[in-house]
Design a protein around this ligand. Structure first.
Ligand SMILES: O=C(O)CCC(=O)C(=O)O
Ligand SMILES: [Fe+2]
Length: 364
């Protein structure tokens, strides 16, 4: 049996990390989950979620003109609102509506100074008017800061699980004030009775780590194992789902596995599914090939025992070998949102779409 052929996603107890008696067990389970599954549930995390979850239906219930006021096309930083049907994955429409809202960041790029274009990828979020949704901005900012802290602490544990000092991956981040991580609040509408539709098609995440809050009790998230079977990742109350992005897979020489995943829309009569992913980035100027980690041979053996990762249904992700991570990221965003690019990155838009905007936009 190939050990990577998992049939469920493991549940890890984050509370075990606070005692030296239970931490080794956590590290052992983490090592297995990272190498063989690429997905895990994390229970007992120090993040308050109730306040944010309560706001989500109200956010989507805002009048359409309030949402359109903060449409992503306004933002050079690809932050803001996207209406239903704005993205495609694997040639099919993704049936979801979403707000991209990121951690606080002051954009470093200065117009006309010749800064790299990808420095403009990060910047301030767009928010609904305070009086239309009182307290939402504060609640979301508080939430993002808590998940940001969790994500940095988790990276330390991940390094330990791979036999490295806990700060071994610090080299992939910029100074904290120069970092930005991206959150999204997503609504997947229910489909007509008896029909199935793509919430989001098969894909890998691009960055380092994703921390996903499943904010309603719908099934729908699925991950793909080596045989190609789709495994359900149903919501477990009080947990986050953590998964690995392509950049971390590359940086760890394939030790941490990026796993293909998708969302099936909720069926008719069950109401919309809500989720809040948080994508942890690495520094914009980091070139992954310039940061080679030295893993102990016994850890590398665990990767080799897993076997090679075969083809999946997912579209493949970017090349991290040549370009700074920000550039790789920017190209991904331009392909997903050509309307934003046409307005804010006209030169890059022309390079990527010499014949004008494509009829179908690829989200991944
Ligand atoms: O909504 C979810 O459960 C997953 C979303 C996802 O995979 C993504 O946006 O990258
Ligand atoms: Fe994803």
């Amino acid at each position: 049996m190939v050990s990577a052929d998992f049939s469920s996603v493991p549940v890890l107890d984050y509370a075990q990390t606070t005692s030296s008696e239970t931490k080794p067990q956590f590290i052992k389970e983490l090592q297995h989950a990272l190498i063989n599954v690429g997905f895990l549930y994390l229970a007992n995390v120090p993040v308050q979620t109730d306040e944010l979850i309560a706001y989500i239906p109200q956010l989507f219930a805002l009048p359409q003109e309030a949402k359109d006021k903060i449409i992503m096309r306004n933002s050079k930083h690809f932050l803001g609102y996207n209406k239903l049907g704005a993205e495609f994955t694997k040639g099919h429409t993704d049936w979801r509506e979403q707000f991209d809202i990121a951690t606080p960041h002051v954009c470093r790029a200065v117009e006309g100074r010749g800064d790299p274009d990808y420095w403009s990828l990060w910047g301030p979020s767009q928010w609904p008017e305070e009086e239309q949704l009182p307290g939402f901005k504060d609640a979301m900012e508080r939430y993002l800061l808590q998940v940001q802290k969790l994500s940095y602490d988790f990276v330390g544990l991940l390094a330990e699980a791979f036999g490295l000092p806990s700060d071994a991956l610090a080299q992939f981040y910029d100074r904290p004030e120069f970092m930005q991580h991206r959150g999204k609040i997503v609504q997947y509408p229910q489909t007509a009775e008896g029909s199935e539709s793509q919430g989001v098609g098969p894909h890998y995440d691009a960055g380092f780590l994703t921390f996903l809050l499943q904010a309603s009790d719908h099934k729908g998230l699925q991950v793909q194992n080596l045989t190609g079977d789709w495994i359900d990742v149903p919501p477990i109350p009080g947990t986050f789902v953590v998964n690995i992005g392509r950049a971390l897979e590359f940086a760890t020489q394939g030790l941490a596995r990026a796993t293909s995943h998708r969302v099936i829309s909720p069926s008719g009569g069950t109401g919309p599914r809500y989720s809040v992913p948080f994508f942890q980035n690495i520094g914009l100027d980091v070139k992954l090939t310039e940061h080679v980690l030295e893993f102990p041979p016994e850890i590398l053996k665990l990767r080799d025992a897993r076997g090679t990762l075969g083809a999946t249904d997912s579209v493949n992700f970017s090349e991290f070998d040549r370009e700074p991570s920000g550039r790789v990221n920017l190209i991904g965003r331009v392909k997903s949102h050509p309307d934003v690019a046409e307005r804010h990155y006209p030169k890059l838009f022309k390079e990527l779409f010499p014949n004008g905007a494509p009829a179908q936009v690829s989200a991944y």
